[in-house]
Design a protein around this ligand. Structure first.
Ligand code: ZN
Length: 72
């Protein structure tokens, strides 16, 4: 049996010294940039990564009644 699936990865990273708690680097290279920033400066850096896997195609509209008021 085969099933359709799609996995996407989100990465956020930052430097606690330069950016406080805010994420400053986004995208697939963010963790590497945070690591190199730590190597270069000695600053404490961080990276958060999340994986999202969707099985099957989502054919239904996510919010079918979102604009119902606009068409009335
Ligand atoms: Zn820094």
């Amino acid at each position: 049996m085969s099933r359709e699936s799609e996995t996407s990865r989100q990465v956020r990273a930052g430097c606690t010294v330069c950016h406080g708690t805010a994420a400053h680097w986004l995208g697939r290279n963010a963790a590497g940039v945070a690591a190199r920033h730590h190597d270069a400066t000695g600053h404490c850096t961080w990276a958060e990564q999340s994986l999202r896997t969707v099985y099957g195609a989502d054919s239904a509209p996510p919010h079918p009644d979102l604009f119902a008021e606009a068409t009335a």
